[in-house]
Design a protein around this ligand. Structure first.
Ligand code: MV4
Length: 671
């Protein structure tokens, strides 16, 4: 085994790799960009080397600078993580040429899987099942049309050099083929510099099932079963699980053996994933091979009990695989949810900002090995526009899918994250969704279930309002409704304005709930407290305990119901974490500004992050309504729709399709 490992990545995967490397006694070297000088992965490693500016192309994508860092640090090996240089053939080769071990497959295997059509030919020769179609050299439109007619419609035209859903066209019938072909070739030439396409039968309700494979440099290759990653949104995985629901032992073996054949066909070494697309009846076809460790590898680790990063390091050091196929088995069920700083109610736009509060397991219940968190950021860190806005991966295990799903829903309900918007509540709804619960999985699940996954926001409950009120009282020195628990010597009534001193004490709290004003009133008549909001009047008792700056553990009895919550008061915001559903309320001074004003975004609209304009839906003079799509930006490999914040008329659009825009750039003017 080597003694020094350079980790050519950042965030959770860099932390993940560092943890295993350190357990094995290796010295770990981080590299970092200017944006990451104080990042968690830098702190996690034994030493760190700066490699350039915040943009990936100036740092984490600079192969030569990273190799120099490895040499300077005396590292014998480089782990590329995922993304960045992990599937970069030139970097893998440059490492090999420099005598430094690239923890991944040989450059030749990366190259062999890089082209879709070449990979399909290799797989065909290796006996791996392919979607019926044509992936040859002949690109004559008449010939391709004839192939499509033979396959039968609908067909899918795919750019050979494409990936991640780019450069694909569904063609429903023969008369639409020519135009779709021309358009797909135009996009492929523009996006990939290569207009070669292939034609496949289009599968209508596909599942994404992938097989984890592992090969060593001694000719051994095994599969570690499957992961189901069907729950995706715009080709971004949202939930991954293992094993795949409904998988039979026979099909598991057939897919595993096909995946091993695929790996062997390219002389694979290390961790790899063979992706299949599966039909509802279980038939499966090779899609592509990812020549790296994947984001979702923890679900495989949870059910097999093997540390895949340890295997990677051992294999890279020339050791044989620790087990043979027959030694491998799995137990239970694991689910991973990707927790992102993004806003599900606005096209999943990344939410940039500081993570003021981040409470992840093990503070949640059952943190006993059945819950795992792979995180890349700490409380107080910033989510920047430069990198993928993933906060953490939450992975849970249960004895079966039902238990894992219930635990995931519970754990998601207990996460506390203040400062940026997150997809946590969305993920929890997904866990509780009927189609997901019944494992009715396919790549269209999120769209199909849109109405139940994006419910109209409900008004805050009286319980949540009372909990918020109790925390606000605590922040003003009124810790409990029990008189004897008041701080000795302090006169709480002085701390509170708005009390009437005539036997009846009364205080009104003006709150904003989803932008709407809501008044809740606390009253005391004799020794009896009450909460009222609208028509509701209920007896109230409360008890609080400060657990951090602006953070309270609150217990209330409202009517005859007991409830407890963590409440975080941050500026005007009051975050109530109770009963699995977080509620955000805001303190609102009705004299300071009207509700209308506070929801008015003014006349301009700015870019929420740096990126490229890829389409514009409006022009000067167009009337738009709040929520209308105005333009689409691409940033961090994802598309983001910019919506109108209000009804109005477009005055001017300042950019054109293809323009690069900076963070905060004014995009258009609305009257
Ligand atoms: C397909 C398909 C249906 N039929 N191929 C999308 C990304 C690319 N790697 C392969 N993809 C697909 N190929 C045929 N013949 C549907 C998809 C597809 C998809 C595949 C896996 C996971 C999510 C997906 C979402 C939309 C479309």
């Amino acid at each position: 085994m080597f003694n020094t490992l350079l980790i050519a990545n950042r965030g959770e995967i860099a932390c993940r790799v560092a943890a295993t490397a350190q357990r094995l006694g290796l010295r770990t070297i981080a590299v970092y960009s200017e944006a990451d000088a104080n990042a968690r992965h830098v702190a996690a490693c034994d030493a760190a080397i700066p490699i350039g500016g915040p943009e990936p192309r100036n740092s984490y994508l600079r192969g030569p600078a990273i190799l120099e860092a490895a040499k300077a640090a005396g590292a014998q090996a480089v782990h590329p993580g995922y993304g960045f240089l992990s599937e970069n053939e030139a970097f893998a080769q440059a490492c090999a040429d420099a005598g430094i071990v690239f923890v991944g497959p040989p450059a030749s295997a990366i190259a062999a899987m890089g082209s879709k059509s070449a990979a399909k030919s290799l797989m065909e020769a290796a006996g791996v099942p392919l979607v019926p179609g044509y992936h040859g050299e002949n690109q004559d439109p008449d010939f391709l049309q004839a192939q499509a007619d033979l396959i039968g419609y609908p067909v899918l035209i795919k750019a050979s050099a494409g990936g991640g859903g780019k450069g694909m066209r569904i063609v429903a019938s023969a008369d639409a083929f020519r135009e779709a072909l021309a358009s797909c070739k135009r996009e492929a030439a523009g996006s990939f510099g290569d207009d070669k396409v292939l034609i496949e039968r289009y599968l209508q309700k596909p599942r994404h099932i992938e097989i984890q494979v592992f090969a060593d440099s001694h000719g051994n290759c095994v599969y570690l079963f499957e992961r189901d990653c069907s729950v995706q949104r715009r080709h971004q995985k949202v939930i991954e699980e293992a094993p795949a629901p409904g998988m039979t032992p026979e099909r598991r073996r057939a897919m595993g053996e096909a995946a091993v054949a695929a790996a062997r066909a390219v002389d694979y070494v290390g961790a790899g994933t063979v992706e299949f697309i599966a039909e509802p009846d279980g038939r499966f076809y090779f899609m592509e091979m990812n020549t790296r460790l994947q984001v979702e590898h923890p679900v495989t680790e949870m059910i097999t009990g093997h540390d895949l990063v340890e295997w990677q390091l051992r294999v890279a050091a020339g050791e044989p695989l620790p087990v043979r196929q027959d030694d491998l088995s799995f137990t239970g069920h694991a689910i991973e949810a990707r927790i992102y700083a993004e806003n599900p109610d606005n096209g999943f736009l990344p939410s940039i900002g500081r993570l003021d509060v981040l409470r992840l397991p093990p503070h949640v219940a059952f943190a006993n090995g059945d819950v795992r968190i792979d995180g890349g950021v700490r409380e107080g860190d910033a989510i920047t526009p430069y990198y993928d806005p993933m906060i953490a991966k939450l992975i849970v295990r249960g004895k079966d899918r039902e238990q894992a799903r219930a635990r995931m829903a519970q754990a998601l309900g207990e996460l506390q994250c203040v400062g940026v918007q997150t997809n946590i509540a969305f993920l929890r709804r997904l866990m509780l969704d009927d189609a997901f619960a019944q494992a009715d999985l396919d790549t269209g699940l999120i769209e199909r279930r849109h109405d139940s996954l994006f419910p109209l926001p409900m008004p805050a409950t009286d319980t949540a309002c009372a909990l918020a009120m109790a925390a606000l009282l605590a922040s003003q020195g009124e810790k409990s409704s029990e008189p004897h628990q008041r701080v000795a010597g302090a006169d709480p009534w002085n701390a509170l304005d708005g009390w009437r001193v005539s036997g009846v004490y009364e205080k009104t709290f003006s709150l904003l709930d989803r932008g709407e004003a809501r008044e809740v009133v606390l009253r005391r008549v004799a020794e009896q407290w009450s909460y009222s909001s609208g028509e509701t009047v209920l007896p109230l008792a409360w008890q609080t305990e400060a657990t951090g700056a602006g953070q309270y553990l609150v217990r209330i009895r409202l009517g005859d119901a007991d409830e407890r919550a963590t409440v975080i008061v941050r500026g005007e915001q009051v975050h109530v974490y109770a009963g699995g559903v977080p509620t955000l309320l805001e303190q609102h001074d009705p004299l300071m500004h009207s509700v209308d004003e506070s929801s008015d975004h003014g006349g301009s609209l700015t870019a929420p992050m740096p990126g490229k304009i890829i389409s514009i839906a409006v022009k000067a003079g167009d009337a738009v309504k709040a929520g209308d799509a105005l333009l689409v930006m691409e940033a961090m490999k994802m598309e983001h729709t910019i919506q109108s914040p209000k009804d109005g008329t477009v005055q001017e659009v300042y950019f054109a399709v293809g323009d690069q825009v900076g963070d905060g750039a004014e995009l258009l003017a609305l009257d």
